[in-house]
Design a protein around this ligand. Structure first.
Ligand SMILES: NC(=O)C1=CN([C@@H]2O[C@H](COP(=O)(O)OP(=O)(O)OC[C@H]3O[C@@H](n4cnc5c(N)ncnc54)[C@H](O)[C@@H]3O)[C@@H](O)[C@H]2O)C=CC1
Ligand SMILES: O=C([O-])CC(=O)C(=O)O
Length: 320
């Protein structure tokens, strides 16, 4: 059987890391697309030349031609611009919206059967626009953010409790912005909810509040340290987890930006919710119930995403 085909639209920091991970995990053959001449070709060749030492079988190709993504099983989109210190993700909206138009049309024309994972920021509005521009079914277009934000939350919790991060589960819901909602109640250490661990004296409410805030600021913390761009190792790893769930029909329960049609009370928009990812794409949204305080935070986050979607419609009337 032929190997799956993975198209990476954008061959920058995340795109290159995605290509390396996909090859090392032998998820399939990789096509790296970018408008910057030489960048995708150079990264594809460099990674291919790591194959003999690493021992993976995967072909890698760099291109500026959308025809080369034809028949892709998965497309992961990182094309666009990252933020620099002092900027918010929302400041990228105007420039990255134009990129989503050309990428959406490229996928529509050459890889209409792909499972599409958008990473470009501001994430929830960009995945919405990408779905509109591509016209692909909503269950085949989703956004990566919740897996990354939850991984950050899990990392901070594992450090605080001095336990293996393998035993820490966490969910971050809502939009991938300052208003995201790390859910303390639905996060656990080996099944024990975090509020119980506070009661047991493993940590304090103050420390938990600080971890929640650090999770919300997780992207900005890295932007502040790197100064030239944003995080790329953990974002790429998170998207690969989602791609693998689709390619191997794993039915993973992962938080991601999915199209909600009444789910968690959200109508006709993309926002971060728990989903099941398998061979059918986004096969299901897990309609968890939120308590009053969680619902208020979630509503605030949804409203922020709604504002960005309205801004997209204002910039590009074809979206209205
Ligand atoms: N959703 C999330 O959790 C995260 C999102 N991001 C976002 O991911 C995006 C990519 O980040 P990086 O890879 O670090 O940026 P980067 O600048 O290293 O790479 C972006 C690439 O996109 C290419 N590009 C620009 N316009 C294009 C077009 N029209 N068609 C094809 N390629 C085009 C550029 O030439 C560049 O190589 C940014 O918008 C960033 O904010 C970053 C981290 C996490
Ligand atoms: O913060 C940024 O600009 C990049 C991003 O979305 C993240 O790392 O969470």
């Amino acid at each position: 059987m032929a190997r799956p085909k993975i198209a990476l639209i954008g061959a920058g920091q995340i795109g290159g890391t995605l290509a390396h991970l996909a090859a090392m995990k032998e998820l399939g053959d990789v096509v790296l697309f970018d408008i910057a001449e030489g960048t995708p070709e150079g990264k594809a060749l460099d990674i291919a030349e790591s194959g003999p030492s690493e021992g993976f079988d995967a072909s890698l190709k760099g291109t500026q031609d959308y025809a080369d993504i034809a028949g892709a099983d998965v497309c992961i989109v990182t094309a666009g611009v990252p933020r620099k210190p002092g900027m918010s993700r929302d400041d990228l909206l105007g420039i990255n919206l134009k990129v989503m138009k050309s990428v959406g049309e490229g996928i529509r024309d050459h890889a209409p059967n792909a499972f599409v994972i958008c990473i470009t920021n501001p994430l929830d509005a960009m995945v919405w626009a990408l779905q509109q521009f591509s016209g692909l079914p909503a269950n085949k277009v989703c956004g990566m953010a919740g897996v990354l934000d939850s991984a950050r939350f899990r990392h901070f919790l594992a450090e605080e409790f001095n336990v293996s991060m393998k035993d820490v589960t966490a969910f971050v819901l809502g939009g991938h912005g300052d208003t995201m909602v790390p859910s303390v109640r639905y996060s656990t250490v080996a099944g024990i909810p975090l509020p119980d661990l506070i009661e047991m004296g493993w940590t304090t409410q103050e420390k938990m509040d600080a971890i929640v805030q650090r999770t919300r600021d997780g992207g900005a913390e890295i932007v502040g340290l790197l100064k030239t761009g944003s995080a790329f190792y953990a974002p790429a790893t998170s998207a690969i987890e989602m791609a693998e769930a689709y390619l191997k029909d794993q039915k993973r329960v992962l938080p991601c930006a999915a199209y909600c049609d009444g789910d968690l009370g959200v109508k006709d928009m993309y926002v971060g919710v728990p989903t099941v990812i398998g061979a059918g794409g986004i096969e299901r949204i897990v309609n968890i119930t939120l308590n009053k305080a969680e619902q208020e935070m979630f509503d605030t986050s949804v409203k922020a995403v709604q504002g960005l979607v309205e801004a997209c419609k204002g910039i590009d009337p074809s979206l209205a």
